[in-house]
Design a protein around this ligand. Structure first.
Ligand SMILES: *Cc1c(COP(=O)(O)O)cnc(C)c1O
Length: 336
């Protein structure tokens, strides 16, 4: 498995996740060289795999750091080989082929031509052949055809003498729906969220996001709550103010869509617009006092708020809910 720990491990804390999984995981996927740099003291350098295409000056740091990455063209591989030659080391590369994502990778039509050149590059250690799945969670027919195509490309590459150790295509959804190859690049599933929300799947999200109540007041009839006065009390309402807002990563799109938080094991509805640093909820007759713990994502007693539910209400995906978590404003605490 490649544990994908880009974007601060989807808001879970990349250093924490890497420290926890080191010794059990083949690669750790990061987005860019700055993320690799942050983790460089924790694992062997080649276990850090940079997933986004690199600019020329970033390639130098990547090769010097001994990190793994992939290339999507002969020209990129040549640049890596030249840098590695200057540094008198080998670049550890995987060949990425674009079989449908349209983001990055070699055109399959160019595979044979490119391989003739790639195999002659003197300072490259070829470690893998890879592709990416755009629709593994939505379109399994397309994904199956895509994987068949990738399999043919791998066979053709092998005939030409390109048979690296790792074959990878799957993200979380691909791994669960149509496992393929000998390496999976797992992000969301690693954080306990099923990419397709399949009922009956047992996954345990390890993350709980908490804040606290800072004020409780009763708002009279006709009184508005928050910017734009989009919510007006039609009855006297006990309102708690919470120490979290959109600057912490609670999406502003959760204003006025019946999102809930948990206080004292009860669901409390969000009132009016989410502000930058604070938000207001209806606590009803629950005996809430300032200082009470509030769960924004996670369990409290028997009640639960999931990242998927917040994503649905905010019109986005759970990935974005997690990556919006704003550290260090939102403090990360590890509990074992
Ligand atoms: C982020 C990323 C993944 C992980 O995707 P999940 O859906 O979170 O499992 C896998 N592969 C690549 C290339 C990525 O950029």
């Amino acid at each position: 498995m490649m544990a994908v720990v880009k974007a601060d491990a989807y808001g879970h804390g990349a250093r924490l996740v890497v420290r926890t999984l080191a010794g059990q995981i083949q690669f750790f996927g990061v987005a860019c060289v700055s993320e690799a740099r942050e983790l460089a003291d924790l694992v062997e350098p080649w276990r850090l795999f940079v997933l986004s295409p690199l600019l020329e000056e970033e390639r130098v740091e990547c090769v010097r750091g001994g990190w793994s990455t992939w290339i999507g063209s002969y020209e990129e591989a040549l640049a890596f080989s030249n840098i590695a030659g200057t540094l008198k080391i080998q670049a550890r590369l995987h060949l990425k082929i674009d079989t449908g994502m349209g983001r990055y990778g070699l055109d399959p039509m160019q595979l044979e031509t490119a391989l003739h050149g790639l195999l002659l590059l003197p300072n490259v250690q070829w470690e893998g052949i890879a592709t990416h799945l755009p629709s593994a969670d939505e379109d399994q027919d397309f994904t199956r055809a895509q994987l068949d195509h990738f399999e043919q490309l791998i066979a053709r590459a092998r005939v030409l003498g390109f048979a690296p150790r790792w074959v990878h295509a799957c993200n979380s959804a691909g791994w669960i729906a149509l496992p393929f190859g000998n390496l999976v690049r797992t992000g969301l599933a690693l954080y306990g969220i099923h990419p397709m929300d399949r009922a009956g799947c047992v996954v345990h999200p390890p993350l709980t996001w908490k804040t606290r109540v800072t004020a409780v007041r009763t708002i009279p009839v006709g009184h508005g709550v928050s910017y734009g006065r989009t919510w007006i009390a039609s009855a006297p309402t006990r309102v708690a103010t919470l120490a979290a807002g959109y600057a912490d990563g609670y999406p502003r799109h959760l204003s006025n869509v019946n999102a809930h938080v948990l206080i004292r094991g009860r669901q409390c509805r969000v009132l009016g617009r989410i502000t930058m640093d604070q938000m207001m909820v209806d606590v009803g007759d629950t005996p809430v006092v300032p200082g009470d713990e509030v769960v924004l994502i996670g369990k409290q007693g028997a009640a639960e708020v999931t990242a998927r539910e917040l994503a649905r209400l905010a019109g986005t995906i759970p990935w974005e809910i997690f990556t919006n978590l704003s550290h260090p404003r939102v403090e990360q605490i590890a509990i074992e």
